[in-house]
Ligand binder design. Structure first.
Ligand SMILES: [Zn+2]
Length: 464
């Protein structure tokens, strides 16, 4: 058994990428199921189930991968965070040799000098910590975003100010640089968003091996060519990534997603506009629950509804149930379809998910036939763009009589329309009594269920 250790640089992104790089070498040498990545909190161990005497095989594999993938500028220049100049410098040459012995332990001296490589290895260095850390100003300002601005024309103090794009970062040894590049290439999601680039790195929270590792390696390429024409809110990026590759969902459950948004590029250097680490579990639960949930996200992306995407993120990630009514209302009313026969409503499966998992409403209420019956009447008005009743019910307060009054008013109008031969369903007397009885004890639950169901497509059971 050979156990590698990442070099404790203090950068979560860099450590993970080096771990993936080492794991990829093990995978190429002897197969996925013999490789384990373990998150040790701040650094990683990569265990490779191979005889100690076969160490040379791993070094040879690394050498082969470097020759095959990293001997030209293609991969470095495709990787956000690496400037054009660095991309030209980082490629490997015939003369280079990259020992892996330094990753077997952590027995090197720390000189704590500025000139020291951040990985503390003594090998030849690169002036670019593979993007995310130093070249994006995170090295000097790890706990925030660098917002220092400098004049566009450095000789004219009054010229417009631009955000600083630091291009003189700290050093890293070339071996770590290449391992990190391999890791980026095989295990990160990268895509473009207007003039920015986004990179997402799955950070394992437990031991990762075999199939799960294989999935991480397999899915990254799906994302490399994606381009979004609108700026997706940064917080919703994990949701969008997972929706685009839903089959990743189940195996990424125990991962966090580190997301970095870059602006700039080319020779100018990059600037990290945002960086966040988010646990993925809540997103996976949402996406795994129903394919209609994915369709909901897709619709918001395709129609450029980024404000709704932001609210959806608040619902799914933080469980902010007070936003649920607002979400459904905007989702439905922003649809401009002229026809009164068709209206974009929430998928009922998604509505059920929200009611159950976000609003935490008891299934007895959600599936109650009386509630279903009254929400059907309410839906008739929603379909006709008459949102007043739904809004009044949504905003009704328990201590007032708004709830009862609105329902009475709606039923009066419903009866009138029925007399005019319109196709409208009306609840029975008993159903209305049942609803008032339920609302007496569980007011919030009842009014939420009523309105959300009214904003949703009818479930298959209802006959119109
Ligand atoms: Zn190093």
């Amino acid at each position: 058994m050979i156990t590698f250790q990442t070099p404790l640089t203090g950068y979560p992104d860099l450590e993970a990428k080096i771990a993936y790089g080492l794991a990829r070498i093990g995978t190429e040498a002897i197969g996925l199921e013999k490789v384990v990545i373990k998150n040790c909190g701040g650094y990683y161990q990569v265990r490779i189930d191979i005889d100690d005497s076969d160490f040379q095989l791993l070094e040879n594999t690394f050498d082969l991968l470097c020759r095959r993938l990293l001997s030209d500028e293609h991969i470095p220049s495709m990787t956000p965070g690496i400037t054009g100049r660095s991309a030209r410098r980082i490629k490997t040459t015939e003369k280079d040799a990259f020992p892996l012995k330094e990753y077997l332990g952590c027995e090197y001296a720390f000189s704590n000098k500025k000139t020291e490589n951040v990985c503390k290895h003594s090998g030849s260095s690169l002036g670019n910590v593979m993007g995310f850390a130093a070249s994006t100003a995170y090295y000097n300002k790890r706990n925030g975003i660098d917002i220092v601005s400098i004049p566009q024309d450095t000789r004219n103090r009054n010229s417009p100010k631009l955000l600083r794009r630091p291009t003189n970062p700290r050093n890293i040894c070339k071996t770590c640089g290449l391992l990190s590049l391999l890791g980026s290439w095989y295990s990160t999601f990268m895509f473009s968003m207007v003039d920015k680039q986004v990179i997402g790195i799955p950070i394992p929270n437990r031991e990762v091996s075999g199939d799960v590792l294989g999935q991480v390696f397999a899915y990254h390429h799906l994302f490399r060519k994606e381009w979004f024409g609108n700026p997706i809110p940064e917080k919703a990026i994990p949701l969008v990534i997972l929706a685009r590759i839903p089959s990743t969902a189940y195996f990424l459950k125990d991962f966090d997603l580190l997301v970095i948004v870059f602006s700039g590029g080319g020779n100018r250097g990059y600037h990290a506009d945002a960086m966040s680490i988010t646990p993925i579990k809540n997103y996976v639960d949402f996406i795994d629950a129903s394919s209609f949930n994915i369709a909901t996200i897709e619709r918001l992306i395709n129609t450029g509804s980024y404000e709704l995407l932001r609210i959806l993120n608040e619902l799914v990630f933080y469980g902010r149930k007070e936003l649920l009514g607002r979400f459904a209302r905007i989702y439905v009313s922003q649809d401009n379809t002229k026809s009164s026969n068709y209206r974009t409503l929430l998928y009922v499966q998604t509505a059920y998910y929200f009611l159950r998992e976000v609003a935490m409403i008891n299934p007895e209420i959600i599936e109650n036939p009386a509630i279903g019956s009254l929400s059907r009447t309410l839906r008739y008005f929603v379909m006709n763009k008459k949102y007043g009743y739904a809004d009044d019910i949504r905003n009704a307060r328990k201590e007032s009589r708004d709830f009862e009054d609105t329902i009475a008013k709606m039923l009066r109008e419903g009866r009138l329309r029925l007399e005019q031969n319109e196709k409208i369903h009306l609840p029975s007397e008993n159903e209305i009594k049942e609803i008032f009885r339920l609302a007496y004890d569980r007011f919030e639950e009842v009014k939420t269920a009523l309105t959300i169901l009214a904003f949703s497509f009818p479930s298959g059971i209802e006959q119109n």
